[in-house]
Design a protein around this ligand. Structure first.
Ligand SMILES: Nc1ncnc2c1ncn2[C@@H]1O[C@H](COP(=O)(O)OP(=O)(O)OP(=O)(O)O)[C@@H](O)[C@H]1O
Length: 320
């Protein structure tokens, strides 16, 4: 890969960043096509925010070559800033101003031509379903409305690349879905490129065209969600047994991945395709084992995350 490919919205080579002895990014290579959604995953403290801050010119890398929207991040920071939008965990929304005033303020800051300011703001209020609330102070908005306003403010300047740092953290499932629809629509209608960091694997699975996992300063995997799932495997079949004798016998005869004695449940490796299921059922028949319940667990991004970083997501989230 080179950091100059024509259709790349973001391209980077050997990006490094350390704080003292602590190497946060130990040589990152990435190439993200224009008009796509990319998700960066990683445990807490992996360096996701650090990479976003470097790419958005807020801090400097120690080494590496980076281009965002065709501009060199180190040599052309102003051009990069003009081409990007960043919404993060710290919102730009001023709670004392109304939704409309927040947008107009942004249009003023960006020096949009005067006649365009109101037009652009009205269009964004409509698009983000904020017309009715436009005249109310943003402090009265729900979490979902605030997040929508924040994203609308980012769009005032028509960025080509948008960094979304944990865009749905703390939102209820419905507001989360609405945000997902908005993000998809941005890519489909405007052709923008989204660089997303998230703790929610489901979010990455649903939204991202490609994703990468950052762990101990390196990208330990990248590809589509399906590719990553295939790479780590991780699917299993769970069998719950009717009685203790059958359970013990099965535990001795099957290739068991893990067991839950209390629930009399064994997990065995298997992807849940018809052939492997038939094999399992034949085996149970041959051994005269009575199974109460059979569940197929397809590999998901949790399995990927666990395999690559050695920690289940639940533990990561507990550590937050
Ligand atoms: N200014 C700084 N000085 C020293 N260390 C820093 C600084 N900024 C970040 N770090 C360290 O760099 C590492 C990566 O931090 P970063 O915030 O990029 O992680 P993250 O992947 O975004 O984590 P989270 O998911 O918790 O937001 C952490 O160990 C953090 O303590």
């Amino acid at each position: 890969m080179t950091a100059t490919s024509g259709r790349s919205a973001l391209a980077m080579n050997a990006v490094r960043k350390a704080y003292g002895d602590h190497v946060v990014l130990g040589g990152i290579d990435l190439d993200i096509p224009a008009g796509s959604i990319f998700a960066l995953l990683g445990p807490n403290g992996a360096g996701k925010t650090t990479l976003v801050r470097i790419l958005s010119t807020l801090i400097r890398a120690d080494a590496g070559e980076m281009r965002v929207a065709g501009h060199d991040v180190v040599r052309e920071p102003d051009a990069v800033r003009a081409a990007i939008g960043v919404t993060g965990q710290f919102s730009a929304v001023d709670g004392l101003l109304t939704g409309e005033e927040n947008l107009l303020l942004m249009a003023d800051l960006l020096r949009l031509p005067r006649p365009e300011r109101r037009r652009r703001c009205a269009e964004l209020l409509r698009r983000f379903d904020l017309v009715r609330a436009a005249g109310n102070p943003a402090i009265t908005y729900s979490g979902g409305m605030r997040r929508r306003l924040d994203l609308a403010m980012t769009l005032v300047g028509r960025p080509r690349v948008i960094f979304l740092d944990e865009p749905t953290t703390g939102l209820d499932p419905r507001s989360r879905r609405t945000m997902w629809e908005i993000i998809r629509e941005l890519v489909a209608a405007d052709g923008v490129t989204i660089f997303l960091t998230t703790q929610y694997l489901e979010e990455a699975d649903r939204l991202a065209d490609r994703l990468a996992v950052l762990h101990e300063g390196r990208l330990v995997a990248q590809g589509t969600a399906a590719e990553l799932k295939r790479q780590v495997g991780g699917g299993h079949i769970a069998l719950r047994f009717a009685d203790a004798r059958g359970y013990d016998h099965a535990a001795r005869t099957l290739d068991v991945v893990s067991r839950d004695d209390e629930e009399r449940t064994l997990r065995i490796a298997g992807r849940g395709d018809v052939r492997s299921l038939r094999e399992v059922l034949d085996r149970l028949d041959r051994e005269h084992l009575a199974v109460d319940e059979l569940r197929v667990h397809a590999p998901d991004l949790d399995d990927v995350f666990l395999a690559l970083t050695g920690n289940p997501v639940a533990e990561q989230e507990k550590a937050r």
